[in-house]
Design a protein around this ligand. Structure first.
Ligand code: GLU
Length: 423
């Protein structure tokens, strides 16, 4: 693969996956294709060392990143992930998907993402706070309410955002609520933000099923990942008549052909930390999750889950991507061959960043909306964006992913062209 000296992507790695998605959209960009190389390079990537003193008195170092893939349409926007497998290449891909996602739903942002290579389970709360504060200081030179606005992602939450907001505010000498989104309500957070990504997955899934003429009532749903995204989406599908037949998380895979009781399962997870050991279901082998018969399959965990091999096995009508980058290029090709519809991440999980945008707007205007206002506006934005993408797919007879990239990349490159090159 060509591209950049500082990463070595392979066909199915995150950056390799993103590059192949850009290759796929190129023929649909018309004259704007002249600018497409812009999308194959992050504008800016910062790697920082994060030293902290652990509770036992030793010094530990962690590797942190903030990548601003594009600032063409507005400030950078995207989450911060804490995970032992985080790499520069992964954060680059995640930042690029934010560029596409923000443009696909027409939010006035570029795309960015951050991450720290660590396992948060091995750190105390105090150590986690130190890492977060030092990381925020180190990336402080490129973030800010009008520059780049981080938010929660895998293994980060409102508490981490509160520490980030406080650290940034202390450094600039003024309370800057708009520097991060996904904050606690008391610090300028928005109602509805915690559930927004899962809610958006449901809204977009509902629209896809409507287009396919498949009723939600009685539809079978399988969910991989039962964190903030998967659990909220599952709950909303269930309360709209669907049957959640299987759930997988880091503690195991559970199956109940008659449908898992969501209230009991959420209770169990709140008490034990995972779906494993849930009494109202059978436990199955993790790999057999991919053989479960469903109408909607929701990967809501990490990247690279639906490989070519697994795509040959899945028995579903619709893959609804709650996670970022869950399907590899090999997986995508097999699903397309088999006529399985993929509703891509850049629209399916855009509910989170959409309510982040609402939070940022509310912080700037210091005027806060009701939860109802937020949910109604979220629904409207996602339904409109999905319609545009569906129509584009029909018009060109292309997969929804390529259609979403067509809509989004056209917006980014139009802005790129209108701004012109500096100097
Ligand atoms: N981390 C979320 C995502 O992948 C949300 C980002 C944000 O709210 O800025 O879309």
């Amino acid at each position: 693969m060509p591209n950049l000296s500082f990463v070595s992507p392979t066909r199915n790695s995150p950056w390799g996956t993103y590059l192949s998605q850009i290759d796929a959209v190129e023929p649909y960009l018309g004259k704007l294709a002249r600018w497409v190389e812009t999308l194959r390079r992050p504008k800016r990537a910062l790697i920082v060392d994060i030293p902290i003193e652990l509770d036992n008195g030793t010094i530990a170092h962690f590797e942190g990143y903030r990548v601003q893939h594009s600032l063409t349409r507005g400030p950078g926007k995207g989450g911060v992930r804490y995970h032992p497998d985080v790499t520069l290449e992964e954060v680059m891909a995640l930042s690029a998907w934010m560029t596409v996602k923000n443009a696909a739903v027409n939010l006035p942002y570029g795309g960015a993402k951050g991450g720290i290579r660590l396992d948060p389970k091995t750190l105390s709360l105090k150590e986690l706070e130190k890492v977060t504060r030092r990381y925020t200081s180190e990336i402080g030179m490129i973030i800010g309410p009008t520059q780049d606005i981080p938010a929660p992602d895998v293994n980060t939450n409102g508490q981490i955002m509160a520490w980030m907001m406080d650290t940034y505010s202390m450094n600039v000498g003024a309370t800057a609520t708009g520097v991060v989104t996904g904050k606690p309500i008391a610090l300028g957070g928005s109602l509805g933000r915690v559930a927004a990504t899962g809610r958006g997955v449901f809204v977009v899934g509902r629209e896809a099923m409507r287009r396919l003429n498949v009723p939600l009532e009685g539809a079978r749903v399988a969910v991989q990942g039962f964190g903030n995204v998967g659990s909220v989406a599952a709950k909303m599908f269930a309360s709209n008549g669907a049957i959640i037949v299987a759930v997988q998380d880091h503690t195991g895979t559970i199956l109940n052909e008659k449908g898992l009781d969501m209230t009991d399962l959420l209770d169990h997870v709140a008490k034990t930390g995972g779906v494993g050991g849930f009494k109202g279901a059978d436990r199955i082998d993790n790999e057999n999750f991919w053989d479960v018969k469903s109408d909607i399959l929701i990967p809501a965990a990490l990247e690279g889950q639906i490989t070519g091999e697994r795509a040959k096995r899945v028995q579903t009508r619709v893959v609804l991507e709650g996670a970022n980058g869950p399907t590899t290029p090999d997986g995508d090709a097999v699903l397309a061959d088999r006529g399985i519809i993929v509703v891509p991440d850049v629209i399916a999980n855009a509910g989170g960043v959409t309510v982040s945008y609402f939070e940022w707007v509310q912080d700037f205007s210091s005027f806060f909306w009701t939860e109802d206002e937020i949910n109604v506006r979220l629904d409207k934005i996602l339904v409109g964006a999905f319609k545009g993408i569906w129509d584009t797919a029909e018009q060109h007879r292309i997969p929804l992913r390529t259609a979403a990239f067509t809509v989004a990349c056209t917006r980014v490159l139009e802005a790129r062209e209108e701004r012109g090159l500096y100097p």
